[in-house]
Design a protein around this ligand. Structure first.
Ligand code: RTP
Ligand code: MG
Length: 141
């Protein structure tokens, strides 16, 4: 399987619960390396641009309100099959439906406050990484 990079976000609920390290441990214990990372407070404009694909969806205003409600940690994860691997570690969007042992099952409260984001395809990963990081921000490991 090819080495890939994916964009991950620890969302405001998980940062607020002080479980950044526990979530990073899930990545590092499962073959993913953090090759870029930063903590930021997203503006409405930045959050809206990031989730532009959902602009017409009924949940969009609540999603932007939540994503701007506190700081987030944004990171690039690298590893074999990193995009699918990260989605597997995250679990289903709705934590009530997430498999036991996944990040969302263990740390998320609701479909709105669901602890993490992960790119869902190679095209999304490329766009989302470039949205937050310059090529020179990403470290060779
Ligand atoms: P994410 O983009 O945040 O990694 O989550 P995802 O791929 O699992 O889910 P997606 O369909 O991309 O939706 C983005 C975020 O919007 C919220 N959402 N709410 N109320 C609803 O029906 C609903 N559907 C989605 C979730 O917080 C989801 O993470
Ligand atoms: Mg998504």
């Amino acid at each position: 399987m090819a080495v890939e990079r994916t964009l991950s976000i620890v969302k405001p609920d998980a940062v607020g619960k002080n479980v950044i390290g526990k979530i990073y441990d899930r990545f590092e214990s499962n073959g993913l390396q953090i090759v870029a990372a930063k903590m930021v407070r997203l503006s409405e404009e930045v959050a809206g641009g990031f989730y532009a694909e959902h602009k017409e969806r009924p949940f969009f205003p609540a999603l932007i309100e939540f994503m701007t409600s506190g700081p987030v940690c944004v990171q690039v994860l690298e590893g074999e099959g990193a995009i699918a691997k990260n989605r597997e570690l995250m679990g289903a969007t709705n934590p009530q439906e997430a498999d036991a042992g996944t990040i969302r099952a263990d740390f998320a409260e609701s479909i709105d406050a669901n602890a993490v984001h992960g790119s869902d395809s190679p095209a999304s990963a490329e766009r989302e990484i470039a949205y937050f990081f310059a090529a020179s921000d990403i470290c060779e490991r």
